[in-house]
Design a protein around this ligand. Structure first.
Ligand SMILES: [Fe+2]
Length: 228
C-alpha cells in the first residue's frame, strides 16, 4: 500500500491540477508538480502542510502548467526539472501564451530531462518517462504506484493533440507504453480533472477502445473461458 501523500490544487483559468507530493503524510519535504498558477496559494498550502518544497517538476510547458514556476522557485529556492525539448518555452513563456492569459514570468530550468532518468527528491524515487504526443517533450513522473502524467491521459479523455508539436499516433504510443509498463491499479494524477487509474481508463476510456480490443487483460476478461 502506497504511503505517498499527494495533494491536488486546481489553479488558474484553465483549471489545471498542481500537486504537492510527499513521501508520506508527516514528511516535511515535498515536490511540487506543474505549478500552473496561483503561486501564493500553492506556497501557503505547502506551508500549511509543514512541507518545504525541494524540487519543482514540470511535465510539459503549456502555460497552464508552468505559470507559477518562477515565483515558486524564487520563494523556495527549489530547482526546476523540465523536459529539455521544451526548456525554451519555459524561458520565454509569454511568446506562447494566447491573448487574455498571464502575464507569467520566464524561468531558465535548472535541470532538463529526456526520459529514462531516475530522481530521488524529497525522499521519493521518481522514474522519468518520455510521453510525447500532447506536446513534443512531455514527460511523466512515476513513483510508488502513481503516475503524475500531466496531459497524457484523463478520466474518460486524453490530452489534445491539436497544439504545436501534438500528434495523436505519438500520444497513443505514449499511453500504450504506460499501460504496458504499469499495473492496472496504478493511480493516475492528471493535469486536469479527477484522479483515475490505468485500469479504469483501459476499461472505459472511449479513446482507448482500439487498445481495449488488443489488450490481453481485457481479452481474458471478455473471453467465454473467463471464470473457469
Ligand atoms: Fe497541456
Amino acid at each position: 500500500m502506497s504511503a505517498l501523500d499527494v495533494r491536488a490544487f486546481t489553479v488558474g483559468p484553465v483549471q489545471e491540477n498542481s500537486y504537492i507530493v510527499r513521501a508520506h503524510g508527516d514528511a516535511t519535504a515535498a515536490v511540487i508538480v506543474d505549478p500552473g498558477d496561483e503561486p501564493a496559494r500553492l506556497l501557503a498550502a505547502a506551508e500549511a502542510l509543514g512541507a518545504e518544497i525541494e524540487a519543482i517538476l514540470v511535465t510539459h510547458c503549456h502555460f497552464d502548467h508552468i505559470g507559477a514556476v518562477a515565483p515558486v522557485a524564487r520563494a523556495t529556492g527549489a530547482p526546476v526539472y523540465c523536459p529539455g525539448i521544451e526548456r525554451p518555452v519555459l524561458a520565454d513563456v509569454m511568446r506562447w501564451v494566447p491573448p487574455g492569459f498571464g502575464p507569467f514570468e520566464n524561468y531558465e530550468a535548472d535541470h532538463t530531462l529526456v526520459g529514462g532518468e531516475r530522481l530521488n527528491l524529497a525522499g521519493i524515487d521518481f522514474e522519468v518517462i518520455f510521453t510525447p504526443g500532447h506536446s513534443p517533450g512531455h514527460v511523466t513522473y512515476a513513483t510508488n504506484g502513481a503516475l503524475l502524467s500531466g496531459d497524457v491521459l484523463f478520466q474518460g479523455s486524453v490530452g489534445r493533440v491539436d497544439l504545436p508539436g501534438g500528434d495523436w499516433a505519438t500520444l497513443e504510443r505514449s499511453i500504450a507504453g504506460l499501460l504496458d509498463a504499469f499495473p492496472a491499479d496504478t493511480v493516475v494524477y492528471p493535469g486536469h480533472m479527477g484522479v483515475t487509474t490505468l485500469g479504469r481508463e483501459l476499461d472505459t476510456n472511449p479513446f482507448l477502445s482500439e487498445r481495449r480490443v488488443r489488450d490481453p487483460r481485457v481479452a481474458a476478461a471478455d473471453s467465454p473461458a473467463a471464470g473457469r
